[in-house]
Design a protein around this ligand. Structure first.
Ligand code: PXG
Length: 294
């Protein structure tokens, strides 16, 4: 089944084993490109327009001309899901600078490539929602707010990968990334929230964190429930001392955090505010008004 997955590359579909790009592609040679991770739930591509908008904003920041319009990009995602008869999926959208020569000059790349992969993703244990995740602070500081900032969803993810390697080495579920001044930035591919006295706190994107679409959804849910959200610098101490903490991300969805560097957060299990938000999150992801139908 897996090998029969049909992958979209520049307007054509290829079976997974034949879905290949050139070794001269600057996305491969230099990490020169942008991407999105998107989910479809029950036949609705959740927040697809928001993901496409962010993809084009990332492309704009690196002066990458996406060769198709936003509407065509939406269609490419929908077509890929239809082609694979998928109603629930994790979608990876990649726009790479394209084929150039061995020099790094992007002017040598005449046309960017668009790739859409619809597959599944396994990034947490099946019971993570009930037990919560264990984490450690990684020694790898988040990239400074310049070329490789995570504000741009570029193909440069070595910073996150090094932090993930650290989490693996210490046998925990996920790494927590600090920015250069020591404030909490985000996880390797997810934003972070703490709960204190019934209110939410989350770091600003000026820590070099991505402006997460899932985080925005959770902030919207909190607003509806009358839960105050403050965007502010979080110190490691504030995380240790939090009543509750959780990650948000397309891949990770909403996931409670149980432990940071062996310090147990709150009661060591998902707290009431996290649980309330998770219940609302489960409803919103299948709401047809929140996405694009396949
Ligand atoms: N921060 C970073 C650095 C991300 O890459 C998020 C936050 C969450 O954003 P959204 O918009 O998805 O709520 C991301 C996105 C993975 C994986 O395997 C996760 C992302 C990208 C690539 C892989 O967990 N996350």
């Amino acid at each position: 089944m897996d090998n029969e997955l049909q992958i979209y590359i520049d307007g054509k579909f290829y079976p997974k084993p034949e879905a290949k790009i050139s070794v001269y592609d600057h996305g491969f040679l230099y990490g020169d490109g942008v991407f999105e991770g998107i989910r479809a739930y029950s036949g609705i591509v959740f927040k697809l327009k928001e993901h496409i908008d962010r993809l084009y904003r990332s492309a704009h920041a690196i002066m990458l001309n996406v060769p198709i319009t936003k509407q065509e990009m939406i269609q490419a995602v929908v077509d890929t899901l239809r082609k694979n008869q998928m109603k629930d999926a994790y979608i990876r959208l990649v726009v790479s600078r394209g084929i150039g020569d061995l020099g790094l000059n992007p002017l040598k790349c005449s046309k960017a490539s668009v790739i859409v992969i619809a597959d599944t993703i396994q990034c947490k244990a099946a019971d993570a929602q009930e037990t919560g995740l264990t984490t450690i602070f990684s020694w790898v500081k988040r990239n400074p707010v310049d070329s490789t900032t995570h504000e741009i969803k570029s193909l440069n993810y070595l910073n996150s990968i090094l932090a993930k390697i650290e989490a693996n080495a210490y046998g925990v579920d996920e790494a927590m990334c600090l920015e250069s001044n020591g404030y909490v930035a985000e996880g390797v591919g997810e934003n972070v929230f703490i709960v204190r006295n019934g209110e939410l706190f989350t770091p600003p994107t000026s820590t070099g964190a991505l402006s997460g679409i899932t985080a925005e959804v959770v902030v919207g849910i909190a607003a509806k429930l009358g839960i105050k959200v403050t965007v502010t610098n979080l110190t490691p101490f504030m995380l240790f001392a939090a009543d509750e903490a959780f990650f948000t991300g397309t891949a990770m969805e909403m996931s409670p955090i149980r432990e940071v560097n062996k310090r147990v957060i709150g009661e060591g299990k998902p707290g009431p505010v996290t649980k309330l938000l998770m219940a609302e999150f489960q409803k919103i992801i299948v709401d047809p008004t929140q996405g694009v139908p396949i």
